[in-house]
Write a protein that binds this ligand. Structure first.
Ligand SMILES: Cc1cc2nc3c(=O)[nH]c(=O)nc-3n(C[C@H](O)[C@H](O)[C@H](O)COP(=O)(O)O)c2cc1C
Length: 311
């Protein structure tokens, strides 16, 4: 995307949300523009968008927004934003609390002829409500459900539970322009066979995340026993994790690592917000299976999946 469009989106966004000035926004939105929310399922048109912005601005009159990142996909642009404001009037049914709160979201814009035709908002409203004292918020006083205090589960207990769970190791991949990107992930899970759905959870602070979020497809490689070094590379922040690797592209361009026990390419269908992570639900479009035994992961260690003792 040209830098100029990026600048236009940022300035229109800030003018609309922070000043209530829709002039620049009007120039950017196509006539049939729609905005749909993943959280509520609601879809609105241009007038609906303006009404939403106006409602937020009434509730948080000192709203300040930053556009943290803009990432170009093949036909899409992903906008990552953060807004801060003081809750001065009722919002989402919550009376004014006087609290200054911050919320983050990410929107996918579909552009045609330089105008936004469709916008999908992935915004975790529960995070905002939590800041307003409506939902449990980690690290704050014990949250209440009815009259019963519900303390947060101890993090060490949660980790100990996870250490009892054995998984494989995958490398989740995508491309940022022509550059292959990827990270090690053991959060892979098969959701269903028919339709062939899988999921993977990716931390929003991952450097692969912006490219992944704005991609239409991703690759998932189940690592084999010969790829012990590969785990280290993809669990790191190395700038070019593919430099020493042989890899090829899936039908839609996702990087698939040679030597993997199995690789798939899938189309991203949902991007659910789960606080620090995004759950990507994907429909598998292509799969390759190798005879190599898979790597096994348990409690921070890696094992040979070809030498398991059957019970
Ligand atoms: C065995 C293993 C499993 C991991 N699973 C995940 C995961 O499921 N999701 C995730 O976001 N990070 C996971 N990580 C951590 C990332 O690989 C790590 O944060 C990496 O540095 C991210 O790279 P990036 O910031 O360049 O994308 C895992 C790491 C290891 C070693």
């Amino acid at each position: 995307m040209q830098q100029i469009l990026e600048t236009l989106i940022t300035s229109a966004w800030l003018a609309a949300w922070d000043k209530g000035d829709f002039t620049a926004l009007d120039g950017l939105l196509a006539a049939g523009y729609t905005r749909s929310s993943k959280a509520t399922g609601a879809t609105v048109d241009i007038a609906g968008l303006k009404a939403e912005i106006a409602a937020v601005r009434v509730a948080f009159p000192d709203l300040r927004t930053t556009v943290d990142d803009i990432v170009e996909g093949s036909e899409t642009v992903a906008v990552f934003w953060t807004s801060t404001g003081t809750h001065t009037h009722e919002y989402l049914g919550v009376p004014a609390t006087g609290l200054t709160v911050q919320t983050r979201g990410s929107n996918i814009l579909i552009l045609k002829d330089g105008k936004i035709t469709k916008e999908t908002v992935t915004w975790d409203g529960s995070e905002l409500l939590a800041s307003l004292g409506i939902r449990p918020l980690r690290g704050i006083a014990a949250p209440e459900i009815g009259d019963r205090a519900v303390p947060e589960l101890d993090a060490d207990l949660m980790k100990a539970f996870n250490r009892q769970f054995i998984t494989g190791v995958t490398v989740v991949t995508t491309k940022e322009g022509e550059t292959p990107k990827g990270l090690a992930a053991n959060s892979y899970c098969s959701v269903s066979i028919e339709p062939p759905l899988v999921l993977v959870c990716v931390q929003k602070t991952s450097s692969t995340y912006p490219a992944l979020f704005s991609s239409s497809h991703l690759g998932i490689n189940i690592l084999g026993t010969g790829q012990r070094d590969t785990v280290g590379v993809f669990a790191s922040k190395a700038p070019d994790k593919f430099a020493e690797l042989e890899w090829h592209e899936g039908p839609n361009g996702s990087p698939l690592l040679d030597g993997s026990a199995a690789s798939l390419e899938a189309e991203i269908q949902e991007r659910f917000q789960a606080k620090t992570h995004t759950v990507f639900i994907c429909r598998v479009r292509h799969a390759e299976i190798d005879n190599t035994a898979p790597m096994v992961y348990k409690a921070g260690r890696f094992y040979d999946g070809g030498n398991l003792a059957e019970l």
